[in-house]
Design a protein around this ligand. Structure first.
Ligand SMILES: *Cc1c(COP(=O)(O)O)cnc(C)c1O
Length: 386
């Protein structure tokens, strides 16, 4: 069956109550009929549920849908996107290994890579989002165990060539781990381009209405097994309630992403020549420097548009203050459109030079296109631009 059907019809077996929607399994543990079935479950001879830190029917349903729509072999869901990012690194890396990461990554992921992994003797280094194949090859070391990237990047919207990078990793037996949060599996499936692992913050587009936190990692079964064993002992389990919300959200993800992307494309086209802007970026606009790569690996340009307003930091803040419809909030991927100004918020602690290195100008505005009418969103942005 196709991804759209699997995201809707993958379902926990019906209970004797005959319910149509999956019920909530709010239970911390599960019962056994006898000592022998309990022994066998603990010995991993059966896959019966034991305890919700290990597995739970709601979490399982959400995970199986993600596995199906990413085209993966296996998966494990966590309490947040950062739980997925951290678990996928800590379960597979050890002292003496090297992790190479694209420089333009989510802020907390940067903290994990720059501050925590080195504490455990794991070497880390960064490479620019726009690096060529030769630069990627040169940045790989004999002890490189994992390559980590996000595409499109947040918030600069650079697009990285997953097939090119995965070919370099495969030659050297390196694990390629891709954060697919920005695109979602209905827009981009990194495993089709050679990724070994895909991590997600389900908090964003997958939830889609700004309600719950969640994360998931899917990919090669042998790697997921290690991540599962690490997480079931260390505790970042996804709550059954959040999993229930996220599984229902997956039923509408495809249609939502089509509207988010068509709204974002409309905003990009209408605003790209606006005199108050220095520049505007959207992966499917011909003016985007990696538009060809985006069209090769993505179904659409996604739901995020970025632009730099003339006048730098002060103008960026003024733009936010003038907005009336769009929300000022740290999240993205909501039915409600959101504007953020990274230089004064998420990336305020970086120096101007460090911000520039990851594509963040002082007047950069990130718009997460919601599901409202496209002209209502555009009108608010236009009036805020003055
Ligand atoms: C939000 C986000 C994360 C972290 O996810 P949480 O659910 O907030 O822990 C990781 N990667 C990207 C690209 C994100 O946008």
């Amino acid at each position: 069956m196709k991804k759209s059907t699997l995201a809707i019809r993958t379902q926990t077996p019906r209970t004797p109550q005959g319910e149509h929607a999956t019920p909530l399994f709010l239970t911390s543990s599960f019962c056994f009929d006898n000592a022998e079935s309990m022994r066998a479950a603990f010995a991993d001879e059966t896959d019966d549920n034991i305890y919700s830190r290990f597995s739970n029917p709601n979490v399982q349903e959400f995970t199986q849908k993600m596995v199906a729509i990413e085209g993966a072999e296996a998966g494990y869901a966590m309490a947040s996107g950062m739980g997925a990012v951290f678990g996928s690194m800590m379960a597979l890396l050890q002292q003496g290994d090297h992790l190479l990461s694209c420089q333009s990554i989510f802020g907390s992921t940067h903290t994990v890579i720059a501050k925590y992994l080195p504490k455990y003797g794991i070497e880390t280094s960064y490479i620019a989002a726009t690096a060529s194949a030769a630069e990627w090859a040169a940045a790989l070391r004999p002890n490189t165990k994992m390559v980590y990237l996000e595409t499109p990047t947040n918030p600069g919207l650079d697009v990285l060539d997953i097939a090119m990078i995965s070919a370099l990793c495969k030659e050297r037996g390196i694990i390629l781990n891709v954060d697919n949060c920005f695109a979602t599996p209905f827009n981009q499936t990194p495993i089709d381009f050679g990724a070994d692992l895909v991590v997600h913050s389900a908090t964003k587009w997958i939830d889609g209405q700004g309600r719950v936190l969640g994360g998931v990692v899917v990919g090669r079964a042998d790697l997921i097994k290690e991540i599962y064993l690490f997480c079931r002992s260390t505790g970042p389990a996804l709550s059954p309630f959040n999993a229930w919300v996220l599984s229902k959200s997956l039923e509408t993800l495809e249609v939502r992403m089509e509207k988010h992307a068509s709204n974002a494309l409309y905003l990009a086209e209408q605003l790209s020549a606006h005199p108050a802007l220095v520049d505007l970026r959207y992966p499917f606009l011909a003016t985007h420097p990696q538009c060809d790569i985006a069209k090769k690996q993505m179904q659409n340009g996604g739901g995020i548009v970025c632009f730099n307003v003339k006048g730098g930091l002060a103008a960026g803040r003024q733009f936010l203050d003038r907005l009336q419809l769009l929300s000022l909030t740290a999240n993205l991927g909501d039915a409600r459109s959101i504007a953020s100004h990274p230089a004064s918020t998420t990336h305020a602690k970086l120096s101007e030079a460090d911000r520039a290195a990851v594509g963040i100008g002082p007047g950069l505005i990130r718009i997460s296109a919601g599901l409202e009418d496209k002209d209502d969103i555009l009108a608010d942005i236009l009036q805020a631009l003055g």
